[in-house]
Every structure is written in C-alpha cells, then in structure tokens.
Design a protein around this ligand. Sequence first.
Ligand code: ZN
Length: 91
Amino acid sequence: MLMCRGLAEIASDYIDGELSHRQNLTVKMHLMMCNDCRTFIGNLRASNNLLSAHSSGRADEEFLRRIDERVSEALKTRPAGPNDSNDTPQS
Ligand SMILES: [Zn+2]
C-alpha cells in the first residue's frame, strides 16, 4: 500500500507521466482515498505548469525582463531620503 510519503517521492514523476502503468495506478488509488495528497498533487501540478510556461525560450526572457523593469522602476520611484547618498556610496 502506498503511503503519503511514498507518494510525495514519486509525485513529480506522476505528473510528468514517467511512472510505470502499475505505479500510476497505485498513485491514483491513493489519491482516491487521500484528500491531502490530492491537494498536494494539485498544487504541484499548478506550479509545474507555471514553470514550464516560463521556461520555454522567449517567454522566459520576457518574464525576466519584466521583473527587471519592475525592479528598476521600484528603485527609481523610491523616495530619496536625507541619508540617501550614504546608502549608495560612489566609489
Ligand atoms: Zn496521502
């Protein structure tokens, strides 16, 4: 009988469809009975989708560039305090 911990170990393979037919069946049986693992698999699958969406070439670059823009924009709009020049010494 597959336990929760065992399922967690093969969960990513299950999502990737890399388990054997028998392992796959065992996971499904467990998921039918175990609400916790259903949630776990659901979350894992969601974050997996997010990752693969961003790791495919151009989308990834654009994603990073957008973060870059956000950061530099946040730095620009940062209110300059009286001690601002001390924060960033120019050497
Ligand atoms: Zn479980």
